[in-house]
Ligand binder design. Structure first.
Ligand code: BES
Ligand code: MN
Ligand code: ZN
Length: 494
């Protein structure tokens, strides 16, 4: 899919010869108010615009998008009022309003947005994310996505700064869309070998060092977790490694993402209802691949490695069993009590491998537990890890608007992972604190003292409800924006 073409404009919103002009609306108590940037449009309506919109039932609430014919008052034939909600017009609200407007403008060629005067970066991101569509598998494409958007220049800052902001925000939003493409590709076409190849092609094009470990290489090196989980599938597992070495690299960041291309649960098979959603069980991997490529595009002064284990979790005569003991990469043994707790097994191998390179930080993300969705809902990721770094990542997740909340690893849960015969069991045998137990399991494979964060995105990675803000149905691309902001923060502050 091609993103809409965005460019800054100095043309006044009332004079622009575009197909539609987008303004922001807000709720102020009971009252509808117009967001900054809409002054010229309001003037063209002789001060009656708020009344006109109110008559149409416009309230300014979030996700509200109303189209109004301009009847010659503007050069553009259509005015689009996009709701920013009540309270402060935060970046995330601008992003969501821009996304909702872009979705509503499918079939329109060219629009001008005034939301860019409120927040340029958020408008760019929201517009590109909202215009995203995944049409690869349709024989008849629907309305063409919005093709072109003129961005009203913000009052503050220089033209050069604005262009740099547009460029960086475009790269970030396109990385999110890259992750979405991987997630949305069905599991008959996206399996470990094909996923690794597609990701490697992107990495190579961006100038990364790329290595794919196939099943033979994995056996030789002893990746027991990845091999165990992958055993039941006719499509063998892979581990993809990609490294970006930035100019004057200030820190080394190791990224790891869960790449289960389909999760049936294996022998501990899942119920049939909604099992199709497990096509998204490689969302962590998708985000990590997209972020590593983005790091090269934005030339962060960092070394960024991506270690991405990929496997298909299937039941079959060759599948691993509850009761098996796996010897993981690095030598620890794990008793498998539930083959559906597979993510942590492939991640453990990948974490140990990633840490051999001596990173300064380890960040790992995965659609790891249903318990995350129970605890925090569909839109807020659970973030665990070493206390300080976990809180830093959680603050950034919140600030980017993707959402995330710090979660503890309570001591008493750890012993519930004790095994009767191996170093560790892969599940606790009870359902309490399932997200935290998974975090505990992973922590056993993280070197002592390494700043580490684990982001459980089981809910946020995939939108199985209706479209909202800049998200359609399907893959959301979470947590690419958080990872990008984290890398930028580490580049700036160490
Ligand atoms: N991929 C699932 C977790 C998941 C659930 C992701 C729902 C997205 C939506 C994971 O592999 C899994 O099956 N986890 C089990 C763990 C349990 C067996 C300890 C779960 O959450 O039920
Ligand atoms: Mn599972
Ligand atoms: Zn899974």
């Amino acid at each position: 899919m091609t993103a809409p073409k965005l460019s800054l404009t100095a043309t006044s919103a009332d004079e622009a010869t575009v197909d539609a002009v987008i303004i922001g609306t807000r709720q102020d108590g009971e009252h509808l108010v117009l967001a900054p940037g809409s002054e010229a449009v309001a003037a063209a309506f002789d001060g009656s615009l708020v009344d006109v919109l109110s008559t149409l039932g416009v309230t300014g609430k979030t996700d509200e998008v109303v189209k109004v014919p301009t009847m010659g008052r503007l050069a553009a034939p259509v005015l689009v009022a996009a709701g920013l909600g009540s309270g402060e017009a935060t970046a995330e609200r601008v992003r969501r309003a821009s996304g909702a407007a872009a979705r509503a403008l499918a079939g329109t060629t060219r629009a001008l947005s005034t939301l860019s005067t409120v927040d340029l970066q958020a408008t760019v991101e929201g517009t590109i994310l909202g215009a995203y569509r995944f049409d690869t598998y349709r024989s008849e494409p629907g309305d063409a996505p919005l093709a072109r958007v003129d961005l009203a220049s913000p009052g503050e800052g220089t033209a050069k700064e604005h262009r740099a902001t547009v460029k960086a925000a475009t790269a970030i939003a396109e990385a999110v869309n890259t992750a979405r493409d991987f997630v949305n590709t069905p599991p008959n076409d996206l399996y470990p070998a094909s996923f690794a190849e597609r990701a490697a092609a992107l990495g190579k094009a961006a100038g990364l060092d790329v290595e794919i470990l196939d099943e033979k290489a994995l056996r030789k090196a002893g990746f027991g977790g990845v091999l165990g989980v992958g055993m039941g599938s006719t499509r063998p597992p892979r581990v993809l490694r990609m490294t970006y070495r930035g100019p004057k690299a200030r820190k080394k960041v190791a990224l790891v993402g869960k790449g289960i291309t389909f999760d049936t649960g294996g022998i501990s098979i899942k119920p049939a209802a909604n099992m199709d959603e497990m096509t998204s069980d490689m969302s962590g991997a998708a985000a990590i691949v997209a972020t590593a490529v983005l790091a090269a595009k934005l030339k962060y002064p960092l070394e960024v490695s991506a270690t991405v284990p990929m496997a298909e979790n299937m039941p079959s005569g060759a599948a691993y069993r509850p009761g098996d003991v796996l010897t993981m990469y690095g030598g620890k043994t794990v008793e498998v009590l539930n083959t559906d707790a597979e993510g942590r097994l492939i991640l453990a191998d990948a974490i140990v491998r990633a840490c051999e390179d001596g990173p300064d930080y380890l960040v790992e993300t995965a659609t790891l537990t249903g318990a995350q969705v129970v605890a925090l809902g569909r839109r807020t990721a659970g973030i665990m890890g070493s206390d300080e770094f976990r809180d830093r990542v959680a603050a950034i997740a919140k600030a980017t608007g993707e959402g995330g909340w710090p979660m503890p690893l309570p001591d008493e849960l750890r012993r519930d992972l004790d095994s009767k015969l191996a170093d560790l069991a892969n599940v606790t045998g009870h359902r309490w604190g399932g997200m935290l137990a998974a975090g505990h399991f992973l922590s056993e494979f993280v070197p002592d003292g390494l700043p580490w964060a684990h982001i459980d995105i089981a809910g946020p990675a995939y939108n199985n409800g209706g479209p909202w803000g800049y998200n359609g149905k399907g893959g959301t691309g979470v947590p690419v924006r958080t990872l990008a902001a984290l890398l930028a923060d580490i580049a700036d502050n160490g």
